[in-house]
Every structure is written in structure tokens, then in C-alpha cells.
Design a protein. Sequence first.
Length: 363
Amino acid sequence: MKNSTKRVIKTIIIGVVAFIIISQSLAPLRPVLGKQDVEIAPKKPTLLSNSDNNYIATAQHIPIGAIVQLEDLNLPRPKVTGIATIPLNFLDSGKALIITATLGKKSGNFLLDTGASTTMITTETIKELGLTGEPIPQELLTYAVAGDECPEMKANLHRLPVLKIDNVRVEKLAGLEFTTTVMPEGLSGVLGMDIFSNFDVEINPQTKELRLLSPTIISTENIKDAIPLKSKLGVMLAEVEINGNGPFIFMLDTGAESIFISQKLASQLKIPAAERQEIRVQGFCGIEMAEYASLAKVKMGNYELTKLETVILSSPVLKLLEVDGILGQNFFNNYQQHWRFNQKNPENFPAEGSLLLNRREIR
């Protein structure tokens, strides 16, 4: 029987809100994975003592995903030049990472998101820049989201001014604005794989540093430790073992604070009902139930961590990608990371890549 006094309400950012798919006959804008904060009940924060006698601070927001399909758009790929070493910060003292960049004449904070295939900009930033986008006709939007009573989703397509990240310059960048999507406060937008896949990306959570480097080939001595990555819809997937079972297919998402798993995977793992904490989520289109649990072991390649939180939920994003879950920052922030992306496919996204992890500098 579940203990109702041990209800965990977490502030978690999941890096998937909307997928954008373009007709293959046109120059494509592949999927966008953005952000949407939604409210969770009960509203009063509580504290839960875990097995290590530490206290987990709880809060009142958890995001839910939506799928949006767009057709008949014709967009150029961005032109990216330069390399840079950039300071990182944590979003709202959480686990998600943000960088400062300049879009046109406006400086702002942007989420570093390998789970986003395309740049997304907030409505507030669009207004401050004085941009006029192209409304996407409602008949081109189809979506499936959590909950009922969904309002009509509205989206605008923008040709953005030059984006500067230190010495990196991004031109001809297209950005999407979803006027019904709510991002965490203080963000100007989300930067995703349309930008980062042009570089070798090094992330060091310990030193809070991001390096965007010229693409390289992995050295022979590191091949055995490299985690192979496969691309689907513009984001990267890898095999992950959970509690000694698997491998399962997960999307790798630096924009998600936690691990997320499907209801199907939770059943396969036989997570006992007594170890699940029910949470009531106010989603984009109404209320949906989700569950919080702990995973004994999470292993990707030769890298393994224990006792990691996970959220169990139904999401059309997981079904569309045909993945078992999303690997987020409660895993990645334990490692220094070196992401490599191989030659682009016809849609200008990497067909595959590799990831090296190093825990020696993380304490």
C-alpha cells in the first residue's frame, strides 16, 4: 500500500514540448523540442526524507509534452562559424544548464538543450526584438497533448537576427514561437541541435564551462569507451540499462532535469506500487496523473550511477520517437561530457555520433 504522506512533488524540466516535422519534398525544418512549465498539485511545497537521510526540496511545477506537426515550410539551415569557451549556469538552482547569448541587440539566457532539434524563442523576446513572424495556419497544426480541453495552439515562424555566443556566430537561423507555451521565467529561448550539432561540444558541470569546438574524429584509444549515438528526428538516442535490465532506447536530453520513463518500461522493470509516489499534474490540456520513483541502477556504456530519481508518465513524445525514456541531467551532471556528431544526413542533422564521459573532475 502506498504511503500517502510520502508524496514527492519535484520541480523538473523536461526538454520536450513540440515536434516539428516538415514535408520531405522541401528544405526541412526538423523537429523542435521546446519547454512548457505546467502546474502540479498540491500547491504547497513539502519535504521528504530519502534513504540517505537527506531532504529533497519539493515544489509545484512539472512539464508535459505536446506533439505538433507542421508541413509545407521551406527553411534554410543556419550558417555557423567560430569556436568558443562559455560560462554555464544552472537554471533556478536546478540541474538544467543555461548560457548567455545575444540575439540581434538583445542579450539573454538560453537553455542548452540536446533534446531540442530546433531553436525556440519566447514571445517576450520576439516582441522586444520587434520581429514579425509568419503565422502557421491552423490547418497545418495537428497535436496531441496531455489532458483534455485543449485550447487551439498558435505558432509563428521567425527568421531571426544573428545569434552570437561569445565568438560563435549563427546566421540564417529560424526560430519558432509558440504563443501558448510557457517557458521557465528568465529564459529568452532554447538552443538545440540545429546549432550544437555543428560542433564538438564539451560540457563540464563541475567547472560550469561549455566549449564549442571544431568537429574532430574520436581517437583510437577512446573508441572502446565511447557511447554510440543514433539520430532520430534531429535528436540523439542511445542504449541504456536500467536496474540490470535492457538495453532500452533513451533520448539524451541536457534540457531535462530528471530521467523520464514510459509507463510500459516501468511495468517491464516491475517497479513495486509501494515504491511509486503519485503526483497529480495539471498538463497543457488538463489534469494527468504521473508517478515518481527511484531507479537502483542506470548504466549507459561503461558508466553507471545508482539511486536516481525518475518520473513515470505517458507522453506522445516517447511514442513518436519510439523510445523507452529520456535521460536527463540527474545523470549527465555527474560527468564531464564530450559530444561528437558525425556527417550530416540529407536533413542536415547528424545521422549518428558518440559521447565520452569522464567522472574524474566531478565531485
